[in-house]
Design a protein around this ligand. Sequence first.
Ligand SMILES: [Zn+2]
Length: 114
Amino acid sequence: MCHIEEAEHRAEQRVRAEIGEGQITLPTYEAFCNSAKGLMIGEFKVQVPDVQCSECEGSGFEDAEEELECSTCDGTGSVALQIPVPWTTIKEIYRTITEEYGPKPAIDAAREVG
Ligand SMILES: [Zn+2]
């Protein structure tokens, strides 16, 4: 282990000791909103199965008279859609995390008074 690695290792151990095992530091909700949009957009998707195929309108045929299967849905009449999770939803999830696990000034202040 070189000197820099050793120093990094010690620094990491110190941080872990300060914030506690099993914990990491995270940006505040505001900092997350200002910095994570590019990182998060398009990163998560919800799969919606059995959506009517828009090419054949659910018939399964590209040409019903010639009984030509629809190439978009392979003749099933339905497709699965991948819907990206909207940025607003990602922000709501992150807000819930920070509210649950972040500092709670009102409660902390009440404890100091009480
Ligand atoms: Zn189709």
